[in-house]
Design a binder for this molecule. Structure first.
Ligand SMILES: Nc1nc2c(c(=O)[nH]1)N[C@H]1C(S)=C(S)[C@@H](COP(=O)(O)OP(=O)(O)OC[C@H]3O[C@@H](n4cnc5c(=O)[nH]c(N)nc54)[C@H](O)[C@@H]3O)O[C@H]1N2
Ligand SMILES: Nc1nc2c(c(=O)[nH]1)N[C@H]1C(S)=C(S)[C@@H](COP(=O)(O)OP(=O)(O)OC[C@H]3O[C@@H](n4cnc5c(=O)[nH]c(N)nc54)[C@H](O)[C@@H]3O)O[C@H]1N2
Ligand SMILES: [Mo]
Length: 680
């Protein structure tokens, strides 16, 4: 898109671009509404100890309060008593600066971010199979040419409208679209075949599909022998997944499993994609591995026009997970416990490697430890609203209240900011330069169109100010300010050096090159060398160049239904609202399109419970309850109810969700728990 500033403010205009061809969703068209919104934060806020209210304050007062608070908790409880929570919406430069600030500014091991709730299961499964985690290892345009496209737990018609063009193109050229979702979504309605499994059974479905492919002789044994390791164990595992067994568990008819396996096994160009529906489970990593196993057995990854990929979430969902916001990670997608990686990054940062802290803990574990005897006592939040978006949110809200110091940098008073001791007003997307990386690994520019309003600072400037004030004396302060520059161009230049030689190598990417080429795909190690739109043509990013199979077996959801909580509860998104809703609930056009939360349930179930369309209903789990009007839909399984998670207060879906997490990725089980439903 392009932006124009005129007398009426900023407007958004389409621009022909290879990924979206100028298409934006309604949230993109209306994004400029927030730039001059009356709710926008225009000054720091400090909590008044006498009244308990947030009051406008100067930057000096706000920063002094933060620095005093950090010093107090670190002096009494050690450096790890301060934690940082970032976001996948931040630019690459900000994600990088935040990770660096945590490690060498605050010298805490505690940093993680909301991407843990988003991409972490697919990332972990991709790493263990391919040795690298890039959402799509091939261009998005490949989707338009696929003979068969399998979407597992993805609803791009609502969550990524610009992608729908590729689906339309795919179908127009005779391709087959198969969607796996417990609901008849806008995406499922476009499918040739819709599998409607019970939530949490995608792994069994994948194993059965591979079972059928083996029986029918559709496995590419030559590819398996030449390009992979570990198939034998997977073959033994899926031998037990007869289609009838998978049908019994998932409710997907054997005939549909067979038709799906045939389309995957006999199609020419075949793409398998997963998104949050399959991934946000306590077995999310294993579920993704089951689909990766299927793709590998069919010989798809690395074959032009085919492959496995995962659909990214937030604006910078891909770049946000490459530069060190993750608890176990250093820039360039390096591991923080790798001695070589520590040496390299410490060298770029100008500190001894032994000064870098070790790995922290994943997001939910971090949030759940706040204010407890062994957990951090201070938290700095940049770009997330966990009071609404974290699982078992009422508990996390209590943890946040138990902190000695909560600092939130935001453009608006989010539900999390409303609990803070100090709120810092930050610039918005149109007010600062930077880069973002899309799901194709394509690094893109985001250009400043106008300066932030007076008294509003960028996140980079806030980090720089804080680093300087935390320094013990004036010389150290000017050193710290130089170490944490507020200029995104300077930060990007350093990010390139820090990422050099890592998996996500940006060394050869410059802003000028991005401008000249509609984006540059990492890895891109040198300025005059090529970038990498396609991965895996000859080898995978593992030490021996082969992709690795992982045998995985179905296991039940962390919480199963019972007599008291007899229904399955799942959550997700609607077209006109975004995430925790801080931004979109304030845009009039979006509020009109999606004014309130709802509980989607099947008419048969509703009749049994005596609920009519629009009736207020109460959804209760072991953790809490949600109240919202009923929305009857024959498109949902009668044993499952759905609610979007964009609303706060009584309609907060995350009051109900389960905080069980995946043992490898730390991903919470947002997509299934047991509930009771009644008329409120
Ligand atoms: N409008 C809108 N668009 C967005 C966002 C937004 O908030 N609003 N957020 C962005 C972000 S951060 C993300 S991560 C993406 C997410 O994009 P998606 O993954 O497409 O979004 P979700 O709605 O969370 O989940 C997709 C589907 O999973 C289904 N589902 C639930 N449980 C299961 C299950 O057990 N198995 C299967 N197979 N399916 C299941 C749901 O019914 C839902 O239709 O969207 C991005 N785009
Ligand atoms: N039940 C359930 N819960 C879920 C999910 C689900 O499917 N079901 N999905 C999960 C997923 S995939 C995600 S990604 C999370 C997202 O949930 P959150 O992490 O809460 O994400 P947002 O609502 O986007 O919150 C971003 C906040 O940062 C602010 N902000 C925006 N840009 C900037 C910036 O540049 N700087 C700063 N400092 N602030 C900024 C916004 O105003 C907003 O308050 O929710 C997760 N929670
Ligand atoms: Mo996400």
């Amino acid at each position: 898109m392009t932006l124009r500033a005129d007398d009426d403010g900023v407007t958004v205009h389409p621009r022909e671009f290879p990924t979206n061809r100028g298409g934006l969703c309604q949230k993109g068209w209306t994004a400029a509404d927030l730039l001059d919104h009356p709710d926008r934060l225009t000054t720091p806020l400090l909590r008044d100890p006498a009244t308990g209210e947030l009051r406008p304050a100067s930057w000096d007062a706000a920063l002094d309060r933060i620095v005093a608070g950090i010093r107090a908790v670190q002096d009494s409880a050690g450096r790890d008593a301060v934690a940082v929570f970032g976001g996948g919406g931040l630019t690459n430069e900000k994600a990088y600066a935040l990770g660096k600030f945590a490690r060498i500014g605050l010298r805490t091991r505690h940093i993680d971010y909301n991407g843990r709730f988003c991409m972490s299961s697919a990332a972990a499964a991709g790493m263990r199979a391919f040795g690298i985690d890039r959402g799509l290892p091939f261009p998005l345009a490949d989707l338009g040419r696929a003979d068969t496209l399998l979407l597992v737990g993805a609803n791009p018609a609502e969550t990524m409208p610009p992608l729908v063009r590729w689906l339309t193109e795919q179908r127009r050229s005779g391709g087959k679209l198969i969607v796996v979702d417990p609901r008849v979504t806008a995406t499922a309605r476009q499918a040739d075949l819709h599998l409607q499994p019970l939530p949490g059974t995608d792994l069994a479905v994948a194993n059965a599909l591979l079972h059928i492919a083996l029986t029918e002789g559709w496995v590419d044994h030559r590819y398996v022998a030449e390009r992979t390791t570990g198939f034998e164990a997977v073959r033994r595992e899926v031998a037990a997944w007869w289609p009838a067994r998978a049908e019994q568990l998932s409710g997907v008819p054997v005939a549909d499993l067979e038709a799906t396996a045939r389309a995957l096994g006999t199609g020419g160009r075949v793409i398998i994609l997963t998104a949050r529906g399959a991934e946000q489970h306590a077995k999310g990593v294993d579920t993704v591995s089951a689909y990766v196993n299927l793709a590998l057995a069919l010989g798809l990854p690395g074959r032009v026009g085919s492959g496995y990929g995962c659909l990214t979430g937030q604006g910078n969902g891909q770049g946000g997970r490459e530069h060190g916001q993750k608890a176990d990670q250093l820039p360039g997608y390096r591991k923080i416990d790798d001695p070589v990686a520590r040496e390299h990054v410490a060298g770029v940062w100008g500190v001894p490697a032994e000064d870098l802290p070790g790995p922290g803990v994943p997001a939910y574990q971090l949030l759940d430890s706040l204010g407890t005897p062994d957990g951090p006592r201070a938290l700095l939040v940049f770009g997330s609203n966990p009071v609404v978006s974290a699982p078992r949110a009422a508990r996390i809200e209590r943890r946040l209240r138990d902190l000695d110091l909560l600092v939130v940098a935001d453009l608006l008073l989010s539900e999390t900011a409303a609990l803070a001791d100090v709120v810092l007003p930050t610039a918005q997307w149109a007010e600062e330069d930077g880069t973002m990386t899309n799901l194709e690994g394509r690094v893109l520019r985001r250009r400043a169109l106008r300066p932030p309003p007076p008294h509003v600072r960028t996140d980079l400037a806030i980090i720089s100010d804080l680093a300087a004030r935390l320094a013990p004396d004036e010389a150290a302060a000017s050193d710290a300010a130089a170490r944490f520059p507020a200029d995104p161009a300077v930060v990007f230049a350093e990010l390139r050096r820090a990422s050099a030689g890592g998996a996500a190598d940006y060394a050869g990417i410059t802003w000028a090159r991005i401008d000249a080429a509609d984006g540059v795909h990492w890895p891109c190690p040198s300025e005059d060398g090529p970038d990498t739109p396609r991965l895996f043509a000859d080898r995978f990013a593992t030490p021996d160049g082969r992709a690795r199979f992982h045998p995985v077996d179905h296991r039940p959801a962390a919480e199963e239904v019972c007599a008291t909580y007899p229904l399955h509860f799942t959550t997700g998104r609607v077209l006109a609202q975004y995430q925790s809703g801080t931004q979109t609930r304030r845009v009039a056009a979006l509020r009109r399109a999606a004014p309130e939360a709802f509980v989607e349930l099947h008419p048969d179930l509703a009749a049994r419970l005596g609920i009519d369309d629009g009736d207020p209903v109460l959804v209760t789990s072991r953790r809490g309850e949600l109240r919202a009007p009923a929305r009857l839909s024959a498109g949902i399984r009668p044993d499952t109810v759905f609610a979007p998670f964009h609303w706060a207060g009584a309609a907060r879906a995350n009051s109900v969700t389960n905080d069980a997490v995946d043992p490898i990725s730390g991903m919470p089980e947002f997509k299934i728990c047991a509930v009771r439903v009644e008329k409120a």
